[in-house]
Structure formats: C-alpha cells, structure tokens
Design a protein around this ligand. Structure first.
Ligand SMILES: Nc1ncnc2c1ncn2[C@@H]1O[C@H](COP(=O)(O)OP(=O)(O)O)[C@@H](O)[C@H]1O
Ligand SMILES: [Mg+2]
Length: 292
C-alpha cells in the first residue's frame, strides 16, 4: 500500500539522522509509502506547513531554550503530541496537578525564584529543575552532610529564574530499577500499553550533577499490574484527554512501601525504546497513518 503523505520526524543538531532507536519508525513509515523527512526543531528554513504530521522524537537540546521550544510547538500546524500538551508537559510542575488528581507521584516540593526552602534534616534527597531532560542538573544528596551543596544547587537554579524540585531519593531504583511504560495507539486508535523497559539508576553517587545519558542501562521488562495501574491513572489525569495523543511514557520507581510512584509522565520527547519490542515501530507507524 502506498499513501501520498509526508511526515516530519523532529530531532536536534546532535542527532541529524535521528537517535538510532527511532530509525525503525522511519523505516516502517517509508515501508508504508510515507515520505519521511528528519528535521531539526530549530531549523529556521523548515516549512512545517508541508507535513501531514510532524512527530516529535529527539529535540533534546531544548531545555536551555524552553520558551523558544514551546513557541515552536504551538506554531506547528499538525504536531504530535499537540503544542498545548507540550507546553503543559515540559514543566514538571504538572506533577503537582497529577498528585492532586490522586496519581501516586513521588512526594515533590517546589521552590521557585524568590521563594525560601526549608530543607529536611535527614535522609537522601534529589534536587532537579522542573524543566529538564536527560537527567541534566539533577543530583542526589545525603542530609545533613551535604545540606550545603543541596542548598547551593537549589539557589543556583532559582537564581537563574528556574523552579527547583525536591524529592526523597527512592533507593529501590538501584535494585528494582525504574520502569518506563510505553503507550502507543492500538488498532482502535486508543493510547494503550505497548511495551516496557527497565532502566538502571542514574544518580549512582551523591552530590554529583554530571550524568552521562549514554551510560543508561536499559533492558526489556514486563511491567507489574500495579505499574500499569499507575500508568492508566496518569493518562486519565491528562488535561484534554488522551484521544489526541500519539505516544506517552510513564516512568515509575517503587516507593518506600514497594508500591510504584510516578517519576515523570513523558508526553513530549520520550525515548520510546522501539528496538526493545518487535512490533512497536509498526504499531506507531500505523497509529501515525491513522491520523493523517
Ligand atoms: N526521586 C528520585 N529517586 C531516585 N532516583 C531519581 C529520583 N528522581 C530522579 N531520579 C533519577 O534521575 C533520573 C532523571 O530524573 P527524571 O526526573 O526522570 O528527569 P529527566 O526529565 O531528566 O529524565 C531518573 O531516571 C532516575 O534515575
Ligand atoms: Mg526521566
């Protein structure tokens, strides 16, 4: 079957030929007769109006240019996921909304510019910015020993006009690991479970910011019923519903009682780990075709 359609897969200058895990999607679309262009989100010469659908994949350099990225997303005529979803989802203050809706989110404190932070006295804590990707500016601290470093981290973020997040460090990430639940369109076009992966711990040492995203330890995983339930609860709490979404990734880590807690709901630029599930690239390609 060939279709007269043109799709853009969105990347950044670091991945001019896509991140390798997304190439099966490009190939599956081309096998269906779709013309596929790989385009940088910040390519000033790009004409987004020519595409039947523009699919965000690996624009992972947007964090320092968040406003520009959101403005771009709102300006693209047919974008998956849509621009207003991108605006909502690229700032992790949405976790507060999900928690209020009853989703089991890692208990999260937020400290904005000009606000004061009253740190806890003891325990292991994670400090990170609300706008982030790839574990940037994220670190774990042991209190009270590293209180000074944690304070400096929060101050560095807020002085730059950013909002800091403080969460308990979930130590189960080092044993059970983090589970990423990938949801893609099913035959009826509904966003449902496709596959899952296990990701090893990223914050292996305390007090450090520098993380090599290339060091991610990824394996295929069958999610538990409890993890799938958190995924469904997170999807159900998305403003505007899931009908217009092409993909979602729900990341969870077991909390102190073993029940999964939400780390993030990725509706913007999640790595989809397509190469870990034999049918996932075809399923996503079919989902794209159905939306053209
Ligand atoms: N509260 C936490 N407990 C344990 N590990 C955490 C916690 N928060 C973040 N991490 C680790 O840091 C990584 C990056 O944090 P995350 O919130 O997912 O931000 P990003 O958007 O940068 O992926 C996670 O994949 C996890 O390994
Ligand atoms: Mg993450």
């Amino acid at each position: 079957m060939t279709v007269d359609a043109r799709v853009a897969l969105v990347t950044c200058s670091a991945f001019p030929d896509l991140w390798e895990d997304d190439r099966p999607l490009r190939d599956a679309l081309r096998a269906r007769g779709v013309a596929v262009d790989v385009v940088r989100w910040d390519d000033a010469d790009a004409d987004w109006t020519v595409y039947d659908l523009t699919v965000i994949r690996s624009p992972w350099d947007y964090v320092a240019r968040h406003d520009q990225f959101v403005a771009w997303a709102r300006s693209v005529p047919r974008l998956a996921n849509p621009g207003d979803v991108i605006a909502w989802n690229t700032d992790k203050r949405y976790l507060g909304e999900l928690a209020a809706a009853g989703v089991p989110v890692i208990p999260t404190g937020f400290v904005g510019p000009g606000e004061t932070w009253t740190p806890p006295a003891t325990g292991q804590w994670v400090v990170k910015p609300t706008v982030s990707a790839g574990s940037q500016d994220t670190a774990r601290y042991d209190f009270p020993d590293q209180l000074g470093a944690a304070r400096a981290h929060v101050t560095r973020l807020t002085a730059a006009g950013r909002t800091a997040m403080i969460q308990p460090y979930l130590s189960a990430v080092a044993t059970a690991g983090e589970t990423a639940v990938l949801c893609l369109p099913d035959a009826a076009g509904d966003l449902t479970f496709s596959h899952a992966i296990r990701k090893g711990p990223m914050l292996t040492r305390t007090g450090e910011h520098e993380i090599d995203p290339g060091s991610e330890d990824i394996t295929a995983r069958t999610p538990s019923e409890a993890e799938l339930a958190v995924a469904r609860a997170a999807l159900a709490a998305i403003p505007g519903g899931t009908k217009r979404l092409l993909y979602a990734r729900i990341d969870v880590i077991p909390g102190p009682d073993g029940a999964p807690q939400l780390v993030e709901l990725e509706l913007t630029e999640p790595a989809l780990f397509l190469s870990f599930a034999p049918t996932a690239a075809n399923r996503l390609a079919d989902g794209i075709l159905a939306r053209l």
